[in-house]
Write a protein that binds this ligand. Structure first.
Ligand code: G3P
Ligand code: CA
Length: 324
């Protein structure tokens, strides 16, 4: 009998949706975050920056141009101004949408033609009966999703608050907030993010990560100072931090211990070495690797023993975990 999700040894591998379910939906949008949960991701990863008026918002690039119809630096726009822009799909997502929309048109035409003869039978054959009307797939998407694309012309840039509100009312296991502050040093970003995590009581489910390790050190210091003055300090857990890196480091356990960080977030090709990972995992460090989108690469990182996989393709990872 095939294993159900959660029954196999691969239960340990958390499936974290990179920028939401970005393999199929516009990255870093509320749609992509909601779809991550709907398609059974364990977690969501996203990128936090500040608007001109200091509001934490979720977008990957420092500029608006790749993912939205806006131009220029994110930091030069207030939240109200940013909310006017709409996302545009990346090429791969747009191709999936176009295929599904074409297929939908074809099905509709067929139904109209054939319905003259055997309407009921044909609808059954096309797998569009009333019971599975909304969840049956047409190409990569469900009928509901295609109808949604037909109605909408892109998504808004979400705020961190919108995402926290959603996660607080969900059973999502992990929310990985990456502070995008290696190129632009957003003043007050660390303070704001920390306060908001606690305002939504999400400390136990959040990992704050960054390529900017000085920023991680700053967060740890802020968190310790805040907790010193609070009555619940003795019971409150420290915020969980993750150090992002593309490099292979010499002594990861010592380095992470020195900067007081619990999780290692490496670029996946840098960890395909069992001895390297064993040394890190033996020190009790969680390894959450990014961004693994191909089935064969997923198998490789599972084999070396990672704890989580950050992926655009959450359905591929889930199918792998179900089939092993
Ligand atoms: O957090 C993992 C990954 O998102 C880091 O790289 O460039 O996709 O933000 P990037
Ligand atoms: Ca990221």
């Amino acid at each position: 009998m095939p294993l159900k999700k959660g029954e196999g040894i691969y239960l340990r591998i958390l499936n974290i949706a990179h920028r939401g379910y970005s393999g199929k939906f516009d990255e870093n949008t509320m749609l992509a975050f909601k779809k991550a949960l709907e398609y059974n991701a364990d977690g969501i990863e996203t990128d936090v920056q500040l608007s001109k008026d200091g509001i934490p918002i979720l977008i990957h690039d420092e500029t608006l141009d790749r993912t939205t119809n806006g131009h220029g630096l994110v930091k030069d726009y207030t939240l109200d101004e940013l909310k006017v822009f709409r996302t545009k799909s990346e090429k791969n997502v747009q191709a999936l949408k176009t295929d599904a929309l074409d297929e939908m048109k074809l099905i509709k035409t067929k139904i109209v033609d054939e319905s003259k003869f055997m309407e009921t039978e044909n609808i059954k054959k096309l797998n569009l009966s009333s019971e599975n009307h909304n969840t049956s797939k047409i190409g990569a998407y469900t009928r509901d999703e295609i109808e949604y694309f037909q109605r909408k012309g892109g998504e808004e840039i979400p705020t961190l608050r919108e995402l926290l509100e959603f996660v607080a009312h969900s059973d999502l296991k992990v929310l990985n907030l990456e502070l995008k502050n290696s190129v632009i040093e957003y003043k007050g970003l660390e303070e704001k993010v920390l306060i908001m995590i606690d305002a939504y009581n999400l400390r136990d489910r959040v990992i704050v990560s960054s390529f900017n390790h000085r920023s991680l050190v700053k967060i740890r210091k802020l968190d310790e100072e805040n907790n010193k003055f609070k009555r619940q300090a003795s019971t409150k857990k420290g915020i969980i931090l993750g150090a992002l890196t593309e490099s292979i480091l010499v002594d990861v356990p010592r380095y992470l211990n020195d900067i007081s960080v619990e999780c290692y977030h490496p670029y996946f090709p840098s960890i395909l070495n069992k001895a390297y990972i064993l040394e890190i995992k033996s020190a009790g460090i969680k390894v959450n690797t990014y961004t693994v989108n191909e089935l064969e690469d997923m198998k490789k990182v599972i084999e070396v023993g990672v704890d989580s996989i950050i992926t655009n393709e959450i359905e591929i990872l889930n199918s792998l975990q179900l089939s092993i």
